[in-house]
Design a protein around this ligand. Sequence first.
Ligand code: SAM
Length: 286
Amino acid sequence: MANLGTPAKTAEIIKKYDFAFRKKYGQNFLVDKSMLEKIVSAADLNGDDTVLEIGPGIGTMTQYLAEAAGKVIAVEIDDKLIPILKDTLSEYDNVRIINNDILKIDLNALVEEENDTRPIKVVANLPYYITTPIIMALLERRLPVKSITVMVQREVADRMQVGPGTKDYGALSLAVKYYARPEIVAIVPPECFMPRPAVASAVIRLSLYEEPPVRVRDPEYMFRIIRASFNQRRKTLANGLSNDASLHLTREKVTGALRDMGKSETVRGETFTLDEFAALSDRLCL
Ligand code: SAM
């Protein structure tokens, strides 16, 4: 039975192993059982599911996941946590602990090896310093992923949901729009963690589409266009894209495409919807 997830139990484990929290790894452990239950229930797991957990910490959520899913692959960077995980998860024979950096590991090979390339579900209380690269990697690497249910900073959860014309709108918002349906499941106060983070958090669930909602000739190229547009936020789209040498686009080609779309030459990327980026990308990739 899951026996972690309270401040007292977490403090006991920390003391037993003389563990020192490492800020550089974004270590804020969950110590609230009702929140843990909420996350695991939002992930909608059954015995056939394989879960990828990023950053199991001392194994608090891993215990809940192991009870709800068929199998859990838990990838933890901090080698000091591995002996702790072996202890707290000793009762569970369906958990594989991997001591590695989630951004360096070959996720496609891992999913193939562990789950026969069947889609997995990702569930995690993410380390906040690398939330965006992790989400982008999960979305863009064409991994077989069914859903991603993660704790992130509230501000990042908002960024995943906003539309054009807001200051938070950017490559992350557009990647989420293209690949998944986002839904905020809970707003989480700092008291639910040990140690307490400075900001509020949120649990967001991304349900991945089987077919993207927008047709585009070359999605990879579209995301290069999107990144270049937001790298130079203060520039017009025409300047931003033609200044990015890796895209090999002349200003004339970009302004011509914008004109074809009925757009002004001075339009900025932050006003463009996903459909408009797709239309622009289709014109520019020819
Ligand atoms: N899941 C635990 C919980 O909810 O109590 C811990 C969550 S804590 C916010 C983030 C965890 O991610 C820590 O255990 C940290 O060591 C781990 N971590 C940080 N960077 C990582 C990386 N690049 N790859 C894998 N794990 C990482």
